[in-house]
Each structure stands twice: as structure tokens, then as C-alpha cells.
Design a protein around this ligand. Structure first.
Ligand SMILES: Nc1ncnc2c1ncn2[C@@H]1O[C@H](COP(=O)(O)OP(=O)(O)OP(=O)(O)O)[C@@H](O)[C@H]1O
Ligand SMILES: [Mg+2]
Length: 262
């Protein structure tokens, strides 16, 4: 194992993926490589259709890549990955209540572990303002509430690496900001490694320690930026503005509305 890999939670090496279509193979990811250091907060930032969800599916082991490898925490290739995955579609089970959904993973645990998870679940429901909805079925929730429930379920999985696909997409700006802060708190206090998919440049800049930029379809890595600023000073930082300009340039745009038209 080389020096880079020793400190890495995830090493993604030359991933390629195509889907078969009537007119032939349609490339979605082209030789995508990046590393996620242990304890990092890495955002995968790219326009719609750049293959971000496909990439997370591959990292989570739900889909095979055509070629390339993903290695985790020094484990052999193809070993099960220690990831909790919140997919873009929330995948809540409609026949279970919010409580039943968020504690799905507790059912295979010991009694003591179940009790500890239930305690943590109650706390998270309070923080996410869902405490009055524990006995409600997903169909009775708004899009943002469903998203919060799905995020709680993912946080309760107790895996070292969190894969989050646009977890704040359906939220209003204020709730989004509150939950972004909460995610930062979870990341800092629980020592998690986070891989966040977003097409929101501001979100990536405010949260990440590294941003991996993906091109328009087929997704290639066009740039990778380190952000070493403390999170609490970011909103006022001129360095952040400089990085923002760099991101738009790397994606081949000077305008800031490229993702809105996607
Ligand atoms: N199962 C599939 N079969 C065929 N094509 C697929 C499949 N899944 C994704 N694609 C195609 O792959 C490309 C990338 O899709 P993907 O969902 O990974 O993009 P994305 O970056 O997550 O987009 P968004 O930001 O809109 O969520 C798209 O053109 C999509 O149509
Ligand atoms: Mg997606």
C-alpha cells in the first residue's frame, strides 16, 4: 500500500461505466479517479447527468463498474464497503411508519444496541423537527420531511463512510442551512467520512474539505480543490469567492447559473 492509500478511506481508480442503449454503449463515467482521505468531507460536484448518482451506486456496491476499482480502508478489492448510503430517491418503505423506517437497521442488532439506537433516533427526530411524526407513514410527509427521515436512517447506520446523494435537494433554504450545519456537527463529532453529491456550488464550498469536479456527460474529473478554511469563517471568506470563480472556470463557464438550466 502506498502513502496516499494508507490515509485514504476510499480510493477510486479509473472507473468507467456505460449503459447499453439501442444506439450502442452510452458512456456515463470516463476514467474517474479520486481519493477520499479518512475523516474528510468530499463533495462530488457536477451538472445534472454527469454520472454522480451512478458513481455513488458503484461506491456503495449496488452497480458494477465496467472497469476500474474502488478500494476502501485498505481492504481487498470487492470486499463489502463500510458505507451508509442515502440515495437520491429516498426509498422510504411506505408500509412502515417514520419510526419503523429510521430504525430499520436496528432489527438485526442486540437488545442493548437497539435501545441505544432508539435513544439516538429520538434525539435526531427532535433535532430534525420530526418528533411529532414518528408514528406517521411516509405518504403523509412533505418531500423535505421524507428527506430528513431518510437522512436520519442513514446517520443511524453507524458506518464509517456516509454516501449522501443530494440529501438537501428538496428542502427550503432555511431548513437546508440548519441541516447542513447539523451534518457538519455529525461529521466533526462522530469522526465520519462523508462523500456528498451535490450540484450546488455554495453547498460544496461551505461544507467540504475537498471538492471533486465532474464534467458534463460523460462524467470526467476536471478539477479537485482542497478547502483548508475553518467552516465557521467560510461564509465571509474572500478565499471562497476565489474558489467559486475557479470552479466555474474549470467547468468551462463564467456565468454562475450553469446548474440552474440543467
Ligand atoms: N440504469 C440506467 N440505464 C441507462 N442509463 C442510465 C441509467 N442510470 C443512469 N443512466 C444515465 O446515465 C447518465 C448519468 O445519470 P446519473 O443519474 O448518474 O446523473 P447525475 O449526475 O446523478 O444527475 P442528477 O444531478 O440529475 O441527479 C444520465 O444520462 C442517465 O440517463
Ligand atoms: Mg443524481
Amino acid at each position: 500500500m502506498n502513502g496516499i492509500e494508507a490515509d485514504s478511506a476510499l480510493v477510486v481508480d479509473s472507473l468507467c461505466k456505460s449503459y447499453a442503449t439501442r444506439s450502442g454503449a452510452y458512456p456515463v463515467l470516463q476514467r474517474v479517479s479520486f481519493t477520499v482521505p479518512r475523516g474528510a468531507f468530499v463533495s462530488l460536484l457536477g451538472p445534472s447527468g454527469s454520472g454522480k448518482s451512478t458513481l455513488l451506486n458503484i461506491l456503495a456496491g449496488l452497480e458494477p463498474a465496467d472497469s476500474g476499482v474502488v478500494r476502501v480502508l485498505g481492504r481487498p478489492p470487492h470486499a463489502p464497503l463500510p458505507v451508509a448510503y442515502m440515495q437520491q430517491k429516498d426509498l422510504l418503505l411506505e408500509w412502515r411508519t417514520v419510526w419503523g423506517n429510521i430504525l430499520l437497521g436496528a432489527e438485526i442488532k442486540s437488545r442493548a444496541q437497539r435501545d441505544a439506537m432508539a435513544e439516538q433516533a429520538r434525539e435526531l427526530l427532535r433535532e430534525y423537527r420530526l418528533e411529532d411524526f414518528a408514528d406517521v407513514y411516509p405518504a403523509q410527509l412533505s418531500g423535505g420531511m421524507r428527506q430528513r427521515a431518510a437522512l436520519i436512517r442513514t446517520l443511524l447506520c453507524e458506518q464509517e463512510i456516509l454516501l449522501l446523494d443530494e440529501p438537501f435537494g428538496a428542502l427550503d433554504a432555511l431548513t437546508r442551512r440548519i441541516l447542513q450545519r447539523h451534518l457538519l456537527h455529525v461529521w466533526e463529532s462522530m469522526g465520519k467520512t462523508v462523500v456528498l453529491v451535490t450540484h450546488d456550488v455554495e453547498e460544496a464550498l461551505l461544507l467540504s474539505t475537498r471538492i471533486v469536479l465532474l464534467s458534463n456527460s460523460p462524467g470526467r474529473v476536471v478539477d479537485s480543490l482542497e478547502i483548508n478554511l475553518p467552516h465557521r469563517v467560510r461564509a465571509q471568506s474572500t478565499e471562497l469567492l476565489r474558489l467559486k470563480t475557479q470552479i466555474y472556470r474549470s467547468l468551462g463557464h463564467d456565468e454562475e447559473n450553469i446548474f440552474q438550466s440543467a
